[in-house]
Design a protein around this ligand. Structure first.
Ligand code: URP
Ligand code: ZN
Ligand code: ZN
Ligand code: ZN
Length: 467
């Protein structure tokens, strides 16, 4: 028996349109849209009607950069797939793409299997995987082809973290050459980690141990240099490139220049770079540790370049890089040595609201909000139009969003498994009211009605965004 839901009277916003329309959902998919009040809409019959009058009806968020349970710096990111995907749902995100990790000396297959085991049966929303490639060798290169067949079509490499995730230029070039052949997309952590490690050692030798020095040694110029190098390596290989967590003005300039030259290079930034700064890293009493992530938070002046990049499409995606570590017991590992603070910020629950606030503040339009948070990440990572839009045939991943509700972000009320909020006390306008994942209510009028195991692995095709 088919199950039908109709969402009536809301403003349906996609990357391309804003229309007052009723949305018919059947068997977990969008079945039809019709302008509200027209005979076509009135004819929609359903078992359940959701009144969205005065609300936005938007595609569920696609967060293409999360790290649930990531092992890092001798500890693990504090959100499991269960807690992290539940928090994502609370924040209006219905798909995550998390990073499976190949450890040095192991195969991609081992890493991917381990991440499937962590996620399967535990997720409240749908999920896919990218693969972190830490050990490029002949075997790894062959395995990339196999992973693409299983829907893991993007591979992250690191120019930072020597001895952990780091790849040298030769390894990067080889992976890029492979992706030029097999259709994979290389995602780059662009920071010159070899140079940064020298600066870390010198800072610590001078007794500069506070969290704020994390921001000082990881220089904007070393992000820009690595971004430039990654772009040119990709150009030599004839491969597209996606640069993750772009934070520096100078790095945006490298992307803009390459795009002006017609290269297929893309950039992602994250809410923390748009809303936070080195002022947070400098908070006293080791509180700055809460804001340690890489690339690091930058002086406030960099934010204008990021907003401009989002408007000019030199940056295409906003993901969270959600990688939470509790202040107590985890961030504290770096008391007396900033280099031992586990890197990462919580945010999977906050992204859609912060970007709606950006609409309220006039940085971006409503359609651009949906484009950078839903449609483009879905396209970039081969899930469109199944995810990221509201159109007949798409998965019914739909959020009813109240654009007038006021909220104050706080660790007291958030659902992420972490003991602080990076946005503690921040007032934002707009709030998720109801979330459907493949037609099933996961959040129902601000009550959690989802379950671990509803979310399923979502294999992806190759990048659908190449111009
Ligand atoms: O600080 C961060 N970003 N932690 C997560 C790992 C990464 O580099 O994305
Ligand atoms: Zn092994
Ligand atoms: Zn990274
Ligand atoms: Zn990351």
């Amino acid at each position: 028996m088919s199950r039908r839901t109709v969402i009536r009277g809301g403003l349906v916003i996609t990357a391309s349109d804003e229309i007052h329309a009723d949305v018919l959902i059947e068997d977990g998919r969008i079945a039809a849209l019709a302008a509200t009040g027209t005979p076509a809409a009135e004819a929609f019959g359903a078992d359940r009607t959701i009144d969205a009058t005065g609300k936005y009806v938007i595609p569920g968020g696609v967060d293409a950069h999360t790290h649930m349970e990531l092992p890092f710096g001798g500890t693990f990111a504090s959100d499991t797939f269960e807690t992290g995907t539940r928090a994502a749902a609370w924040g209006g995100t219905t798909t995550i793409v998390d990073f499976a990790v190949q450890s040095v000396g192991h195969t991609l297959r081992e890493g991917l299997d381990a991440w499937h085991a962590k996620a399967e049966g535990n997720c409240a929303i749908d999920y896919g995987f990218h693969m972190i490639v830490s050990d490029v060798n002949q075997e790894t290169l062959k395995e990339m082809d196999l992973l693409i067949e299983e829907g893991v079509t993007s591979f992250k490499q690191f120019m930072a973290y020597p001895g952990v995730f780091y790849s040298d230029d030769g390894q990067i070039l080889r992976a890029m050459q492979r992706s030029a052949e097999n259709g994979g997309l290389i995602m780059m952590h662009a920071e010159n980690g070899i140079a940064i490690d020298v600066l870390v050692e010198q800072a610590l030798a001078r007794g500069e141990t506070d969290p704020r020095f994390h921001g000082e040694v990881r220089k904007a110029l070393l992000e820009a240099e690595a971004t430039h190098r990654a772009i040119r390596l990709a150009q030599v290989a004839g491969a597209p490139l996606y640069v993750v967590h772009v934070s520096a003005t100078e790095a945006v300039a490298e992307l803009a220049r390459a795009r002006d030259e017609g290269l297929n290079v893309f950039g992602e930034t994250c809410p923390q770079y748009l809303f936070l700064s080195t002022d947070n890293l400098a908070e006293p009493d080791f509180e700055g540790a809460k804001y340690v992530c890489s690339t690091p938070l930058r002086p406030r002046e960099h934010q204008a370049a990021l907003w401009r990049g989002l408007r000019t499409n030199d940056l295409q995606v906003v993901s969270t890089d959600h990688c939470p570590f509790c202040f107590v017991g985890q961030k504290e590992l770096g008391r007396g040595d900033f280099s031992k603070i586990p890197n990462g910020l919580p945010g999977v629950e906050n992204r859609m609201d912060l970007l709606h606030q950006a609409v309220v503040d006039g940085h971006i339009t409503r359609r651009r909000w949906i484009e950078i948070a839903c449609a483009t990440p879905a396209r970039m990572f081969g899930m469109y139009p199944q995810k990221g839009t509201i159109t007949p045939g798409a998965d019914a991943d739909v959020v009813i969003y109240d654009p007038h509700a006021e909220q104050v972000m706080s660790a007291e009320t958030h659902h992420m498994n972490v003991d602080y909020s990076a946005y503690e006390g921040k007032r934002v306008t707009g709030r998720v009211e109801t979330v459907l994942s493949r037609g099933v209510p996961v959040i129902d009028q601000r009550e959690y009605t989802g379950r671990a195991g509803h979310g399923v692995y979502t294999p992806r095709s190759t990048c659908q965004y190449l111009n």
